[in-house]
Design a binder for this molecule. Structure first.
Ligand SMILES: Cc1ccnnc1
Length: 292
């Protein structure tokens, strides 16, 4: 295969674990030649065809080809690929500012205008993907990282279940994380770019309130809440939230995929792109209630 068959340790000093995925572990590494830090994602290969452990070759190659097609400041970059008997290892851009939600939880007050700046960056990264008919399909807070605390640049990570959406062929059976999956995922109906937009609605709802709109006591309850689109803006948590923000979320938590706001609709929504000072004023006043 076209991947480098030398040991990763020949070229990189392997450091601490900084993340883990389904069949993968992510470690901080330092390039021996340049001293530059990267993240190495060691993906365990499936050995026997009957084994349930390890990732299938076609899934690893799909993640790689999708990462190689994407080139955007808000999407994690892939620099190199190694392979040995046990793993395929992706050398990725190191994103060391932690998860967006931890950054926000640390802040005592986060104005909506700051929240929109983060969501706008998620939307910019998604716009780049959706333009190429690529859906992430596993958008959730832990897959939204920050480069560092100063600039607070967002990076989308983990394209492990990401897919090219081709008409008629997107009957993909898959399940992201229950709390963030759209109704079509639960109903085994076609997934699409619109499936990511539902997740943006859930993420924004949580960012502004600290509450999860559909989370039940178990998976079944959560799925029932999602399929019924059973959510509300409880005044206890949304009392300070602007009407623009609620309108933005309502446009995304729509059951019918065809009626759901697209990434383009979102980028031109007044909550993200205020067109006059009144809209700016309205946004500024509101504060988030994210759990501290
Ligand atoms: C977890 C992770 C993945 C990619 N880059 N940095 C950190």
């Amino acid at each position: 295969s076209p991947y480098r068959h030398e040991p990763v340790e020949d070229w990189y000093i392997v450091g601490e674990e900084i993340g883990s995925g389904h069949f993968a572990v992510v470690k901080k590494v330092v390039c021996k030649r340049s001293g530059t830090e990267f993240a190495a994602k060691f993906i365990r290969k499936k050995r026997a065809s009957t084994s349930r452990r390890g990732a299938r070759r076609e899934d690893i190659e799909r993640e790689i080809s999708i990462l190689q097609e994407l080139n955007h400041v808000n999407i994690i970059k892939l620099y190199d690929i190694f392979e040995d008997k046990q793993d395929v290892t992706l050398i990725l851009e190191l994103v060391s500012g932690g998860e967006l939600f931890d950054f926000i939880a640390e802040r005592d007050v986060l104005h909506e205008s700051e929240a929109t700046a983060f969501i706008a960056q998620v939307l910019e990264g998604l716009a780049h993907m959706h333009l190429k008919n690529i859906a992430h399909l596993d958008l959730k807070p832990e897959n939204i990282l920050l480069t560092n605390r100063a600039q607070a640049v967002i990076k989308l990570i983990d394209f492990g279940i990401s897919r090219k959406i081709e008409d008629g062929k997107n009957e993909i059976q898959m399940l992201g994380t229950p709390e963030f999956v759209a109704p079509e995922v639960i109903a085994y109906e076609p997934l699409g770019l619109y499936t990511d937009m539902w997740a943006v609605g859930v993420i924004t709802y949580i960012l502004l309130s600290g509450c999860s709109p559909f989370l039940g006591d178990n998976k079944q309850e959560t799925f029932a809440n999602i399929c019924a689109v059973d959510f509300s803006f409880d005044d206890e948590f949304f009392g300070n939230t602007s009407d623009l923000a609620k309108d933005f979320i309502r446009g995304l938590l729509v059951k019918h995929p065809g009626r759901r706001a697209s990434v383009t609709d979102c980028l031109s929504h007044p909550w993200i792109k205020p067109i006059n000072d009144r809209q700016k004023e309205e946004r500024k006043e509101a504060k988030t209630n994210l759990e501290r």
